[in-house]
Write a new protein. Sequence first.
Length: 214
Amino acid sequence: MIRIAPSMLAADFLHLEESCKVVNDYADIFHLDIMDGSQVPNISFGFPVVEAIAEVARKPLDAHLMIVNPEKYIDRFAAVKGMSMISFHFEATAEPLRLIEQIHSHGIQAGIAFNPDVPVESLFPLIPYCDFLLCMSVFAGFGGQKFIPETLDRLRALKEEIVRTGSNCELEVDGGVGESNAKAITEAGASILVAGSAVFKADDPAAIIASLRQ
């Protein structure tokens, strides 16, 4: 099943509850891009916004931590109502298994996110421990970037290894996802599509979400 996870980074922050309604009514997951200005060259939003979204969310929350020292904040994100998935960046820690265990200790799905310049083979040994891998199809830090076509080959390689090892690990893709490439992305092995601008800048977000899902 293909799930659509609109990125709240692209939402209308003057009318945030309306953007939340779009996710509640038509999509599957709230994707929360947490940026600290250190791990990535941008700052997004923190706990006050996350907790406000959680108050009205009827779909699961997915926190994508683009921050240094993610282990300091995992417990607090895990405590947010409705938090279902937490990912941290491969580049942000030397001890990914410890962070995966920390996330799992809260009964939450654990994932590892990684930028386009990280060799996918680096993730192979971690696949059995992850519930999902968040494959960045742009460089983390800014919304509205164009999809990097080589991502499709990276997804195929990851999917092949997941099948080979008999893992239940899912592939999530974030960056430049839209109607023009969604089919290719899912055919390459992804089952969770993060879409920001494609959803929230559309005249008819519901139609776009339906199109992405197909």
